[in-house]
Design a binder for this molecule. Structure first.
Ligand code: SF4
Length: 369
């Protein structure tokens, strides 16, 4: 058993460091980051008000296409933490970031016609996960010069995670972040095993009230691993892999959406329409009749091996996806796309219509262009 008392002492020791750099906890709502938030909250409660000099930010990210049960859980816990921190007068703020509408899944898929992401064209993770959280961290760092990012990463979570974790092993408690120069990384539970994490969560109610029961139930209802808050590009390979439990419900990087599938199998039949839509989107990805010949830049791409790479979805296919999405939205009875995204899609379609008709005209009467 990793020594919990040692971890508590490390947190206390780091908090007492002689600088005022705020802490930012990357909170995904999964078990590991919940434990980090739990330990930090508990620590703040244990010290006198006069020693609570460092501000703690709890930051989560909503890609706008999160699995419904997971995002509801995350919002609830975030609200509970915020309320309890206020009641106890803790120097803590809670924020949920999200991608700019222009970078959302639907605006790129339906608006620009990007093919659904796969392992070789994973356009989503940076836009939808890394950029929003990084922006938040940078905005805090711009005020105080530096932030300490607390991550719930553990060496023993998976082979991929172990290699990411190893990159940070400099023998010190704090490690420089790979991409954010003004950010140091602190991994308080890096040596804990999965079993130990569960033991602590099961035996200790969260200091912000309630219990960890809902979190434990979430894990038992889904299958697969965890999708932590992402802040750097070298973690991208782990996003949406078959071990990812709490990823986007639209994720086509995995062959099967194990997260939603697990929920559906556990009796959440209402997520069936989401699964169907996701599977259909994956199935039309390589349908040549639904893809344009030219890329959005106007170029035709042929690889060095002579393989033709099709361009984005045709305008008709984009319309088809939007129709299916709106139908699914009606079926499930809650929003799957925002009005802002719909407005942007219309704008992009209008711009594309001009580009496409100009390109078609150019092919017909080249001398006039
Ligand atoms: S979970 Fe899948 S769709 Fe979501 S950001 Fe990761 S790779 Fe992309």
């Amino acid at each position: 058993m990793a020594d919990l008392e040692r971890i508590r002492r490390e947190i206390a020791d780091e908090y007492a460091a002689p600088h005022n750099h705020p802490w930012v906890i990357g909170f995904s709502g999964g078990k590991d980051s919940t434990l980090v938030a739990h330990l930090v909250f508990e620590f703040l409660l244990s010290i006198p008000r006069s020693r609570r000099t460092r501000h703690v930010h709890i930051v989560s990210n909503d890609t706008l296409v999160e699995s419904p049960l997971v995002i509801n859980h995350l919002r609830q816990v975030a609200a509970d933490i915020r309320e309890a921190a206020e009641v106890f007068g803790l120097p803590m703020s809670v924020a949920i970031t999200s991608p700019e509408p222009d970078k959302s899944f639907w605006v790129n898929l339906i608006g620009r016609g990007y093919p659904p992401p796969n392992r070789t064209f994973r356009w989503c993770t940076d836009r939808m996960k890394i950029q929003p959280t990084s922006k938040y961290i940078k905005s805090q760092a711009s005020v105080t010069g530096q932030v300490i990012l607390l991550l719930g990463v553990r060496r023993n979570e998976s082979a991929t995670r172990a290699s990411t974790v190893a990159r940070y092993d400099n023998g010190e408690r704090l490690n420089r972040h790979n991409d954010l120069v003004e950010c140091m990384v602190f991994r308080p539970i890096v040596e804990m095993s999965t079993k130990e994490v569960w033991e602590v969560l099961a035996m200790n109610d969260p200091p912000w009230g309630g219990s960890h029961g809902h979190l434990i139930k979430l894990y038992s209802d889904a299958t697969g691993g965890e999708c932590p808050v992402m802040t750097q590009k070298n973690e991208v390979a782990a996003c949406g892999t078959s071990s990812s439990r709490f990823g986007c419900w639209t994720c086509t990087v995995v062959d099967k959406d194990r997260s939603l599938e697990g929920f559906v199998e556990s009796g959440f039949a209402e997520f069936g329409p989401l699964l169907d839509l996701r599977d259909w989107i994956a199935s039309i990805r390589n349908d040549a009749s639904r893809r344009m010949a030219r890329r959005r830049t106007g170029q035709v791409t042929i690889t060095t091996d002579g393989v033709f790479v099709p361009g984005p979805f045709t305008p008709l296919a984009r319309r088809e996806i939007l129709d299916r999405l709106l139908k699914t939205q009606e079926e499930v009875g809650y929003p799957l796309i925002t009005d802002e995204e719909l407005d942007l899609i219309r704008t992009i379609w209008a711009e594309d219509a001009i580009v496409i008709s100009t390109a078609a005209a150019r092919e017909l009467v080249p001398h006039r262009f």
